[in-house]
Design a protein around this ligand. Structure first.
Ligand SMILES: Cc1cc2nc3c(=O)[nH]c(=O)nc-3n(C[C@H](O)[C@H](O)[C@H](O)COP(=O)(O)OP(=O)(O)OC[C@H]3O[C@@H](n4cnc5c(N)ncnc54)[C@H](O)[C@@H]3O)c2cc1C
Length: 403
């Protein structure tokens, strides 16, 4: 694959490798995008990661992510997802590898708004964003849903919206490609190196790891679910990390669930724990239908999270949430993954200065919906470091809204 991980990952060998304009801490979805765009803008970069991204321990595993131009989470996200699509298409050309697959996407909700839900009345909210921006999005009749996704069940009394321009991003591949491109343009990318302390001073920022001591003009903290270990405690307490499980179930006809024939389905139930995301299968991906749920009732952390998915969990998820919504999905699970959400109190992103310093930017834009915006967020943060301002407006993600 283009962007193989063999093309990056090193350890410091001399003093030249321990200082840079920018140190990026954490090279998942957000950090890889920052490193790639910063290096592209002529900023020298050292990227540090405790694992070897893309890896299975944070928030960016499980191959694919849903992307939608009509972002029901709010119009402030629209410029980021739009720009991200463009950036991934540009990267596809450079790297000759598919990153963005336009499968179309269905959103299913109750007919009436369910009060107290994280994203209340998501089809209506999505339609509002679409209308304001001229994005093709329509509420479908049951026969129209049947035509698009004949295996879907139980939607006849629900509200179902459809965006043809929605699809999937090859998330792990996008991380690998951006790191490979950053390294090819001169970034130092050090894997299996854990940052222990980040200390801003008047002349720069010192970063101490389990291997070396570094100095940079700027630091971006993009540590995903580990973020609370690196930021001020009053900010760390705002973040809550939850365990999410992804399942790949055997299906009776894999070709009928390909990205070329099936849209993704986001089924927003009447409680958060009734949510189901159904992902069509891209060419060459794990041969099974990827389906996930959500839970926010139990918090955890990346060190103590239970990474084993029990047979009981598989059985319960399949019988309670899959069978009522999709036909032809067998109980046998070919693969599972445990992935971590990091949520803020209002479920929106934080991209702002941290550690009381203009030299440090923290990016904790996960909350279960961050990947689709990651390329443009990375570019905007890189621009901010290069020029003091960004083409896209990062102000909706400021910390002071939560203080
Ligand atoms: C199950 C699941 C489904 C999702 N579905 C969608 C979706 O469909 N669409 C969408 O847009 N978004 C989705 N999201 C959200 C999206 O995946 C995340 O917003 C995004 O992946 C977060 O990336 P990140 O870079 O913040 O974190 P990560 O990818 O976890 O990266 C953090 C990195 O920091 C490194 N690190 C941590 N601490 C240190 C340290 N001290 N020193 C060095 N390195 C360190 C880690 O090793 C890791 O590589 C989903 C998330 C999950 C979990």
């Amino acid at each position: 694959m283009t962007g193989s991980r063999e093309t990056y990952g090193s350890t410091p060998t001399d003093a030249a490798d321990t200082s840079a304009d920018l140190i990026v801490v954490g090279l998942g979805a957000m950090g890889a995008a920052v490193a790639y765009h910063a290096q592209r803008l002529g900023i020298s970069v050292i990227g540090l990661d405790r694992h070897n991204p893309p890896h299975q321990f944070g928030s960016t595993q499980a191959e694919t992510r849903i992307t939608r131009l009509a972002v029901g989470e709010g119009p402030q996200y629209l410029p980021f997802v739009r720009r991200s699509h463009q950036l991934w298409q540009d990267l596809e050309q450079v790297c000759d590898t598919p990153l963005l697959l336009q499968s179309g996407g269905l959103i299913v909700t109750e007919q009436e708004p369910v009060v107290g839900q994280r994203w209340e009345d998501f089809v209506t909210a999505t339609g509002r964003v679409a209308d304001g921006a001229g994005i093709d999005f329509s509420v479908l009749s049951p026969p129209e849903v049947e035509r698009l996704c004949p295996r879907l069940r139980g939607y006849e009394d629900k509200k179902v919206g459809y965006e043809p321009t929605a699809g999937l991003v090859m998330a792990e591949r996008a991380v690998a490609v951006q790191l490979q491109r950053a390294a090819a343009s001169g970034a130092t990318i050090n894997t299996y190196e854990t940052v222990l302390a980040v200390t801003p001073g008047p002349a720069g920022v010192e970063v101490i790891t389990d291997r070396a001591r570094y100095q940079a003009d700027h630091v971006v903290l993009a540590a995903g679910p580990w973020m609370s270990e690196l930021i001020a405690s009053e900010h760390a307490t705002m973040l809550s990390v939850t365990r999410q499980v992804v399942y790949w179930f055997e299906v009776d006809d894999l070709e009928a669930t390909g990205t070329d024939v099936m849209p993704f389905v986001m089924w927003v139930g009447d409680t958060d724990e009734q949510y189901v995301g159904i992902f069509p299968t891209p060419p060459g991906a794990t041969p099974g239908l990827k389906i996930l749920g959500e839970q926010f009732l139990e918090t955890t952390d990346p060190h103590s999270v239970d990474r084993v998915v029990s047979a009981e969990e598989v059985e319960r998820f399949h019988s309670q949430l899959v069978v009522p919504k999709m036909s032809g999905v067998q109980p046998r699970c070919v693969k599972t993954a445990v992935c971590l959400y990091t949520n803020t109190p209002d479920d929106h992103f934080i991209v702002d200065h941290g550690l009381d310093s203009d030299r440090v930017i923290m990016m904790s834009p996960c909350s279960g919906h961050g990947f689709k915006h990651s390329a443009a967020l990375g570019e905007a943060v890189a621009e901010t470091i290069a020029t003091g301002r960004s083409s896209l407006d990062l102000s909706p993600f400021r910390l002071d809204r939560l203080l």
